[in-house]
Design a protein around this ligand. Structure first.
Ligand SMILES: *[C@@H]1O[C@H](CO)[C@@H](O)[C@H](O)[C@H]1NC(C)=O
Ligand SMILES: *[C@@H]1O[C@H](CO)[C@@H](O)[C@H](O)[C@H]1NC(C)=O
Ligand SMILES: *[C@@H]1O[C@H](CO)[C@@H](O)[C@H](O)[C@H]1NC(C)=O
Ligand SMILES: *[C@@H]1O[C@H](CO)[C@@H](O)[C@H](O)[C@H]1NC(C)=O
Ligand SMILES: *[C@@H]1O[C@H](CO)[C@@H](O)[C@H](O)[C@H]1NC(C)=O
Ligand SMILES: *[C@@H]1O[C@H](CO)[C@@H](O)[C@H](O)[C@H]1NC(C)=O
Ligand SMILES: *[C@@H]1O[C@H](CO)[C@@H](O)[C@H](O)[C@H]1NC(C)=O
Length: 693
């Protein structure tokens, strides 16, 4: 017997024989006391911001595989909630997402990729719940101030139009709507939002408040009217705990944003621990991962803090990381609307560490038990800090009572997270275990997840391995003729500003659309410029060229091309690099920063409106600048820092600017191109030494 168990444990099964000898603590699963809370689901968050950017232009077959791993029931993460950013033209962590109303006088529901994602999710799972939340807002919403709540009906109208757009353009019902991500809420606005939703027929779109801390609970306690219109109290990174005031508030409690942890095995451990313990410790009935899928360039903030990774549309390479399979342990064997068992009758902590939850179907005919034994150091999340605790191997006896007493067998799914080289075993079907005399015995090791369930439908979905990883391809060109109108251009990851594909005559190009600064979520827009990055943050020598024109009405004060851009995300306002600006007043400026406060050199541009070609080639400490295929200047001794970074294009101020025929090349092709512009004799080089300035 002992030997048999050892072998089974070596196989990481550790599933003990079903003989009726009871050993270890007895854990009771009994529905007789009923349930305290309804399960609202496990979800993922796309946006907040631009986290799905690179997913959009994957080759379609591979993209469908990725979407299956996220959304298809009984296949992968099989998510039950899709939360998306309501784009607000503002930087919201890894980029900006387009607003449906850049200006008060226009509306467009063909912008951005969240609508596409919503449809793909719903195609795979018509029951998935949809949840929208803004991070920033277009400037006009503030009615001349920087406060979106200045006129509550203007803001409510803006948000409810998005809900209406979902219905009218995509026939999608938005189930939940939030207030303002991790920023202050306004009780008057929440009430106005509710009444505006009701007036326009969206009584079934429920409010989650307020996507920040627990302070909304105080307002709920003071204000019965507010309490009545809030469905769930949604908090971020609660560390699995909730205050008593929240638990007795009469509201569903959600970890409406959580996880945000690098998606290796420790990240998987974090996710496993919080999926159970958010209920065990904090009575939270929904947990939503920021983010859904890490689909933004490496070196942008919070790289790979998604359930899986897809960052190479050019190669098609992607990774199904362990958090996908951790999700499956819960999602493939529950549905929104199931009930949690009560604490002590199917929910709790294990005697030697770890936790268990039991959920049952509304008819009480099905039961799912999820057990996790994540050790402290193997389940750290990015935040908050995790107080010390210990977990040791333990035997437990699972005792089924009440309506579950006549269950004769349970299907078993198992994960062993491994660290230090050995691959993890994730979401393995261990077949059925017989229930003998109302009980099952388990021998639990460390960093394991067990699901025991009456449901037989689980599947560990798979596809052939994706193509190999490849670096961003150079030379790279895009004339935007094959892009979809009103969408963002492929691979260009806007960090401030909002760029979209437009068509004039037979020509497609991209336009920076924002006329003024948004109501921001972070400091990025302090730079006062629209910045769009592309490629690889380790690029050193690079050729970047683009055609541009500045519209006469509401045009920006200029544009730039750049290389070696060292920052994206919220800190993009202090990005350094080599930036070549062409300004509408007929000046060019070469600067060491996006804000162009560190000017390297400047000069006059040839006169004339319309389309122009702006070219920058940097090779070690030499920059070659050209305009309309004619040389401007050669600068020797440009700043050596940063030594590498992304390529980029952008505007000098918020305001319209058009771009076409983007071309990026490495050193070899860059030399050929520049030599063509800089015909003999070469202009006298200009020597730049910052220390002499
Ligand atoms: C079955 O359970 C009963 C009551 O809990 C116990 O008395 C009996 O010994 C058990 N039978 C076996 C075979 O373990
Ligand atoms: C669940 O509900 C029961 C009965 O109302 C109550 O006694 C118990 O304290 C509740 N448990 C939790 C964890 O809220
Ligand atoms: C808020 O905006 C609405 C719609 O533009 C306007 O009718 C109303 O007067 C404004 N309210 C205030 C207090 O300014
Ligand atoms: C257990 O018994 C209940 C009635 O008490 C019945 O509804 C249920 O289907 C039975 N379950 C199984 C697995 O036999
Ligand atoms: C970036 O370039 C480096 C060095 O050439 C390479 O190792 C890496 O894979 C590239 N990354 C991407 C995302 O292209
Ligand atoms: C330019 O901006 C003004 C408001 O500042 C607006 O009324 C007008 O429609 C805009 N025109 C274009 C082409 O954007
Ligand atoms: C154009 O604008 C830039 C930036 O404000 C300024 O430095 C430059 O002197 C201006 N040039 C002319 C000719 O006005």
């Amino acid at each position: 017997m002992w030997e048999l168990r050892t072998i089974e444990c070596l196989l990481a099964a550790c599933l003990v024989a079903t003989v009726g000898v009871v050993s270890g603590a007895v854990i009771v699963f009994d529905d007789t006391p009923g349930s305290n809370r309804t399960f609202d689901g496990i979800g993922g968050l796309s946006g907040g911001g631009a986290t799905s950017k690179l997913l959009v232009n994957y080759p379609e077959t591979l993209r469908n595989e990725i979407l299956d791993f996220l959304f298809l029931p009984n296949f992968g993460a099989s998510l039950q909630i899709l939360k998306v950013e309501i784009g607000g033209d503002a930087q919201s962590t890894d980029g900006t997402e387009a607003s449906h109303m850049h200006n008060s006088w226009e509306e467009n529901y063909l912008r951005g990729y969240e609508w596409w994602l919503i449809r793909e999710a719903k195609l795979r799972n018509p029951n998935i719940k949809l949840y929208g939340l803004p991070w920033g807002f277009p400037g006009w919403v503030g009615q001349g101030t920087s406060n979106p709540y200045t006129n509550a009906s203007v803001l409510a109208d803006y948000v409810v139009r998005w809900v209406l757009g979902a219905q009218q353009v995509y026939n999608q019902k938005i189930d939940y709507i939030g207030i303002w991500n991790e920023r202050n809420y306004d009780v008057n606005y929440i009430k106005t939002l509710r009444s505006t939703l009701d007036k326009r027929g969206f009584q079934n779109t429920l409010i989650v408040a307020a996507d920040g801390g627990w302070d909304i609970v105080n307002d709920i306690q003071k204000d019965a009217q507010l309490s009545a219109i809030i469905y769930a109290v949604g908090v971020h990174y609660p560390g699995t705990n909730s205050p008593t005031s929240a638990q007795t508030s009469g509201h569903a409690l959600w970890a409406s944003e959580d996880f945000s942890t690098f998606n290796d095995e420790v990240g998987a451990g974090c996710w496993a621990r919080i999926l159970n313990q958010n209920y065990v410790n904090g009575l939270m009935t929904a947990t939503i991962s920021w983010n859904l899928i890490a689909s933004y360039y490496p070196s942008l903030p919070f790289f790979r803090d998604g359930l899986m990774t897809a960052i190479e549309p050019w190669s098609g390479n992607y990774a199904v990381n362990s958090p996908i399979w951790v999700s499956a342990h819960t999602t493939q064997f529950t549905s929104v609307g199931w009930k949690y068992l009560q604490h002590g009758s199917g929910v709790g902590k294990l005697p030697n560490g770890g936790s268990y939850v039991g959920l049952y179907s509304p008819t009480r005919s099905d039961l799912t038990i999820i057990i996790e034994t994540m050790t402290h150091d193997h389940s750290l999340c990015i935040r908050p800090s995790l107080p010390p605790y210990t977990v040791t191997p333990q035997d437990v006896t699972i005792a089924l009572k009440g309506d579950f007493a006549n269950i004769t067998a349970l299907n078993v799914w198992f994960t062993q997270l491994n660290f230090g080289g050995t691959p993890s075993e994730t979401f393995i079907n261990k077949g059925q275990v017989q229930v003998v005399n109302g009980s099952v015995q388990l021998s639990l090791g460390l960093d394991q997840i067990y699901t025991l369930t009456t449901l037989s439908g689980g599947v560990k979905g798979s596809y052939p391995p994706p193509p190999d990883s490849k670096p961003f391809p150079l030379p790279y060109s895009d004339d935007f003729e094959s892009s979809t109108l009103f969408q963002e251009p492929n691979n260009l990851a806007q960090q401030t500003g909002s760029f979209e594909v437009l068509k004039f005559g037979s020509n497609q190009f991209i336009r920076q659309m924002m006329l003024s600064a948004p109501l921001t979520w972070c400091q990025a827009e302090k730079v006062g410029k629209a910045i769009n990055i592309i490629g690889n943050s380790s690029w050193e020598d690079l050729y970047v060229e683009v055609d541009f024109q500045l519209p006469a009405v509401n045009g920006s004060t200029g544009v730039f091309v750049a290389a070696r851009i060292n920052n994206g995300g919220c800190p993009v306002n202090s990005a350094l690099g080599i930036f070549l600006f062409a300004l509408s007043n007929g000046t060019y400026i070469l600067a060491n920063d996006a804000a162009r406060s560190k000017v390297i050199t400047s000069g006059r541009l040839p006169p004339g409106g319309g389309w122009h070609k702006l070219s920058l080639f940097i090779q070690e400490e030499v920059a070659y600048l050209a305009y309309d295929e004619q040389p401007l200047v050669i600068v020797v001794g440009i700043p050596s820092k940063p030594s590498s970074g992304f390529a980029g294009i952008g505007t000098d101020s918020f305001g319209l600017a058009d771009f076409d025929n983007l071309y990026i090349a490495g050193s070899k092709d860059g030399i050929v191109k520049m030599k063509n512009y800089f015909r003999q004799p070469l202009p006298q080089p200009l020597y730049f030494h910052p220390e002499q300035k």
